[in-house]
Design a protein around this ligand. Structure first.
Ligand code: PGA
Length: 257
């Protein structure tokens, strides 16, 4: 049984004052849920917020992480942040290869392979994102794209217990369009098959695969009840505490009592 993970990706949102208010609402909401210990909750904030968020979530079940990292351990990389710097904040997770990193900042699989390794070798968990564009889907290339994003980045040297995969169809991110349950389940099965090829079936069955792309309170239950969907990576809806909590509640409802 894979424990569902609901991760919020704050992207480039929230100043310190705004962040304190949002995280306060999340911590309060999570505290009121009958979570039965069955769902993990994570928020991935901008770098500037990591230290204050560490304080705000201390002694609560809410975990926190970063949205990106540089692959080198240190050096002349103006504007970048290393994994050791992230570890200083006490964060536990790092998103790698979000579609905005791939498509706005030009990060390719070879670089993302180094980032994933930097994260897991430091003992943190990588949330590695994959997903096809609309053109790729319409050209019937979804499986090929997903398999190369998996195969060129995830190898047997990446410890599976420090890996979470997020399937985020690029055409569904921030657009209000969501993959249908059938589309999501199909791609999640391909991702799990790829993991089984890299590791073995039993290991692949332990890795969580999140769905992301316009997850909202209204569609979360349908997506989270799919057999190979083990949680969600939430953008827009994680910026409103009540919406994020509603999505977490939908995940809690999938956990057998
Ligand atoms: P969205 O973003 O929920 O706003 O579509 C998801 C993501 O980019 O991780």
């Amino acid at each position: 049984m894979r424990k569902p993970l609901i991760a919020g990706n704050w992207k480039m949102h929230k100043t310190l004052v705004e962040a304190r208010e949002l995280v306060g609402g999340i911590v309060e909401g999570v505290g009121k849920l009958d979570a039965r210990g069955g769902v993990e909750v994570l928020i991935c904030t901008p770098y500037t917020l990591l230290f204050p968020i560490a304080k705000a979530v201390a002694k609560t079940p809410v975990m926190f992480g970063a949205q990106n990292v540089h692959e080198e351990s240190q050096g002349a990389f103006t504007g970048e942040v290393s994994v050791a710097m992230l570890k200083d904040t006490g964060c536990t997770h790092v998103i790698v290869g979000h579609s905005e990193r791939r498509h706005v900042f030009g990060e390719k699989n070879d670089r993302l392979a180094k980032k994933v390794r930097a994260v897991v070798e430091a003992g943190l968990t990588a949330i590695y994102c994959v997903g096809e564009t609309l053109d790729e889907r319409e050209a019937g290339r979804t499986r090929e794209v997903i398999e190369s994003q998996m195969g060129e980045v995830i190898g047997p040297d990446v410890p599976a217990d420090r890996l979470v995969v997020a399937y985020e169809p690029v055409w569904a991110i921030g657009t209000g369009k969501t993959a249908s349950p059938e589309q999501a389940q199909e791609v999640h099965e391909w991702i799990r098959a790829s993991l089984a090829g890299t590791y073995d079936r039993a290991t692949a069955d332990r890795v969580r695969i999140l769905y992301g792309g316009s997850v909202k309170p209204g569609n979360a239950a349908d997506l989270l009840s799919l057999p190979d969907v083990d949680g969600a990576l939430v953008g827009g809806a994680c910026l409103v505490a009540s919406d994020f909590i509603a999505i977490i509640s939908a995940a809690v409802a999938t956990v057998p009592a």
